[in-house]
Write a protein that binds this ligand. Structure first.
Ligand code: ATR
Length: 278
């Protein structure tokens, strides 16, 4: 019997990752025989673990999550535009010649979750992006290209926000403000929390004035990591409040398509995860 195609997700910690379940569910839709496992690698061991997986391990593709997304980008032999813009990669693919290609599917996944699953037309929205780290960089261009009217980037350390806005280079639509000024910058139709505060078990205080009456508030995280921001959004009176579970499933679908050339149905997988993670 031939060995199933080998896939994995790298992270640290990684034991509770939903990615194996998602990829196996997608594979079942097409009768694809694959093995998908979690690989827990400490930061210093990440590069060797990747080399081993794609070498002797005959790995075809891997997802990459915290804290390795920047390292995955750095060690790849070639990088897509989405990965280069973000400076991080959540997908590594072994090319036929053995080289590794880095891609970032997070931005496209966020926009698809907002527009397709939650039926939102982003055009004309005034958007506020909280954070300017790897996750924020991955989604900023996608929000911009999806047609938000303005994108205001606010980060605790202002230099990173300025660098991101400069990189997008559309000063008439993309600007930065100081975190200290959040109570004086009016309200927004879309507020995206791309900070890692929730994942780190930290929280921050935001003024309720930020959420316009029809505001959509979205946390890129899910589960415990999203609780604090989503609770703030509800209290602030946001009309729609979403965690990043849909984005997680969508970014997995993009990786799946890249590796298998087939587009999986995301909705049944999303709905089954949602019932387990309300
Ligand atoms: P990720 O890959 O999750 O984006 P990252 O690149 O380390 O991780 O970026 C973390 C982001 O969360 C940064 O924008 C960081 O702000 P700083 O650049 O000022 O560090 C933001 N962040 C983390 N903890 C935060 C907190 N407690 N309050 C506000 N912002 C926070």
């Amino acid at each position: 019997m031939s060995r199933p195609l080998q896939f994995a997700v790298f992270g640290h910690p990684i034991a509770h990752s939903l990615s194996p379940h998602i990829h196996r569910a997608f594979a079942q839709q097409f009768g694809i025989d694959l093995a998908y496992r979690t690989i827990d690698a400490e930061p210093l061991a990440f590069a060797d673990a990747v080399k081993h997986f794609f070498g002797e391990g005959e790995g075809r593709g891997a997802n990459v999550t915290l804290p390795h997304k920047a390292a995955a980008f750095a060690l790849a032999d070639e990088r897509t535009q989405a990965a280069t813009r973000a400076g991080t990669a959540n997908v590594l693919t072994r090319l036929p010649d053995g080289r590794l290609s880095a891609h970032n599917t997070d931005g496209a996944a966020l926009v698809r979750d907002l527009t397709d699953r939650h039926d939102l037309d982003l055009r004309g929205h005034d958007a506020l992006l909280l954070g300017a780290g790897g996750a924020a960089r991955a989604v900023a261009w996608s929000l911009f290209e999806a047609g938000v009217q303005t994108l205001t980037i606010v980060n605790r350390s202002p230099d990173a926000a300025d660098a991101l806005a400069d990189a997008i280079g559309e000063p008439s639509r993309v600007h930065t403000r100081y975190w200290e000024d959040l109570s004086n910058i009016g309200s927004f139709d879309l507020i995206v929390n791309a900070t890692s505060a929730g994942t780190l078990g930290q929280s921050f205080t935001l003024p309720f004035t930020l959420a316009a009456s029809r505001a959509v508030c979205y946390d890129l995280g899910y589960g415990k990591a999203a609780i604090s921001f989503l609770a703030w959004a509800r209290t602030a009176g946001a009309r729609y409040v979403y965690d990043g579970l849909g984005m997680l499933v969508e970014q997995a679908a993009d990786a799946f398509q890249l590796w298998h050339g087939k587009r999986p149905e995301t909705e049944p997988v999303y709905q089954s995860l949602r019932t387990q993670s309300p």
